[in-house]
Write a protein that binds this ligand. Structure first.
Ligand code: ZN
Length: 481
């Protein structure tokens, strides 16, 4: 079997991947509760004769499916969790909830799963057909959104023994994601006060909601005095009930603290803790700080990214029908105008950026591959991914493919709507081929593994992976925060 034949094989099994992706879209299960999605994926991997390890790293909705014996060990990462509150009808070009208040695949992790299992199955087929020694491992990674499932898995050593790993992400352009991303901590601050009649006995109450508000004000003043790249967000997850005539006895706020490196996140976290303690003192409430999760920054790997880019440019890119382009244009008309987020952060110089923008001008779907700059300094994507924790342990490369109309924001109803359409399916197949092609290249060229691993060692410069999540912290579904 040659690589072209492997891609044809992927086309032959595209129904299996599309169906899996669509079903996971329908299930729309959020972090660490992806039970139906995981059952479906494990079932498919077993059907293709993979050995399935259940509950990898002790997490109920994680798994690892492996095929092959000795030789290079290649990991392929799959995600499958949805986001809360983003329920949306598939294929609609206007906001229309499918289930009121329900969840939705606002980050396209349903296609992520379909593309990744496809890549693993194709690599196994190629290995078998060519008697190529090696092991391919498909990692079922739960709870990427707000859960950092891979960080918990990495803490338990799940990714040990891999030579390289690959991942992808659905997006609105075709490119290699040769970039770093922000490390983060997610922390829940719980305040406990004293309930009382807000009019008759306000002096006998101590308001937990006041504490949350004062904490947030304090942190909003802190923003001026942290490094430029830091990002701090919060959601009030418990405002103390719906009764303004009660002094709220309990209130909670969930913080997400991001910065380029974990020690920088840690420094800001400690300052935020002081603000929370101050708010508790001001209001005479009790404070409890619960660490929820963390993820590491991504360590890019140019050696692997280059091999992946070579595999991306040798693919026939998807062609779109007039109906598909019309739908994409309608979707594009519903989002606020902006350059593609990825374009903004690619390591372009100004003239390359202008050239790319020109090439994409007026297109509703991206049908080109963005250039790869081998010698450019690392770019930083102002987002986070728990792929970061994998990338500290093993050389990792990621591809993004065009699955959505240009300019579609992540975590939006527009993205959910497109995630169960032929646009997404086409991008998924492209990603599966690029990952499979890259994986077999690496398995056949041990020098690439050596160079990629030397690059990782040199980037870490003597540092090594330490999971930032304390050992006693377990993965928590968002419904149980
Ligand atoms: Zn995502």
């Amino acid at each position: 079997m040659n690589k072209k034949e492997m891609y044809r094989y992927l086309d032959e099994i595209s129904d299996v991947l599309t169906e899996a992706s669509d079903k996971i879209w329908d299930y729309a299960e959020t972090a660490f509760e992806e039970f139906k999605s995981v059952a479906l994926l494990k079932d498919i991997m077993k059907r293709y004769c993979f050995r399935v390890e259940e509950k990898s790293g002790g997490i109920d909705t994680a798994f690892c499916a492996a095929k092959g014996e000795s030789g290079p060990v290649v990991g392929i990462l799959a995600e499958y969790d949805a986001l809360s509150g983003l329920s949306q009808k598939a294929g609609a070009s206007e906001r229309s909830e499918a289930a009121p208040g329900g969840n939705g695949h606002g980050c396209g992790h349903n296609i992520f799963a379909g593309g990744s299992i496809g890549a693993a199955i194709a690599v196994a087929k190629y290995m078998e057909a060519n008697s190529l020694p090696g092991v391919v491992k498909l990692f079922g990674c739960p709870g990427e959104e707000g859960g950092s499932g891979k960080a918990f898995m990495a803490r338990e050593g799940v990714f040990k023994g891999l030579d390289v790993s690959f991942a992808w992400h659905p997006m609105s352009v075709n490119a290699i994601l040769d970039m770093s991303a922000l490390a983060n901590y997610q922390v829940l601050y719980k305040f406990k006060g004293i309930a009382s009649h807000a009019a008759a006995a306000p002096h006998r109450g101590r308001s937990a909601l006041d504490a949350v508000e004062l904490m947030n004000v304090g942190v909003n003043f802190l923003r001026e005095h942290v490094i430029q790249e830091a990002r701090i967000h919060y959601a009030i997850t418990n405002s103390g009930g719906f009764s303004p005539n009660v002094v709220q006895p309990l209130a909670e706020v969930l913080y997400l603290i991001r910065a380029p490196k974990t020690p920088q996140v840690d420094e800001i976290y400690k300052r935020i803790n002081k603000i929370a303690q101050g708010a508790a003192m001001m209001t005479e409430t009790e404070l409890e700080i619960q660490f929820v999760k963390a993820c590491a920054n991504i360590v890019p790997n140019k050696t692997l990214s280059k091999v992946m880019h070579d595999n991306l440019i040798e693919q026939d890119l998807p062609k779109y029908s007039p109906e598909e382009l019309e739908f994409a244009a309608k979707i594009a008309g519903t989002v606020l105008p902006s350059e593609s987020d990825l374009l903004r952060f690619m390591p372009f110089n100004a003239s390359d950026a202008r050239k790319c923008a020109k090439l994409l001008e007026g297109k509703s779907m991206c049908d080109i591959v963005l250039p790869f700059f081998e010698n450019a300094p690392d770019a930083l994507l102002p987002a986070s991914s728990d792929v970061g924790d994998v990338s500290w342990n093993v050389p990792t490369a990621q591809v993004v493919t065009s699955c959505y109309a240009m300019g579609t924001p992540e975590h939006s109803w527009q993205l959910v709507s497109q995630g169960r359409t032929s646009l997404a399916h086409k991008g998924m197949m492209l990603a599966a081929k690029v990952m499979a092609g890259t994986a077999v290249d690496v398995m056949e060229k041990p020098d690439v593994i050596k160079r990629a691993s030397d690059e990782l060692a040199s980037r870490l410069n003597g540092d090594s992976y330490r999971c930032a999540i304390p050992l006693d912290v377990k993965p928590r579904p968002i419904s149980r925060l």
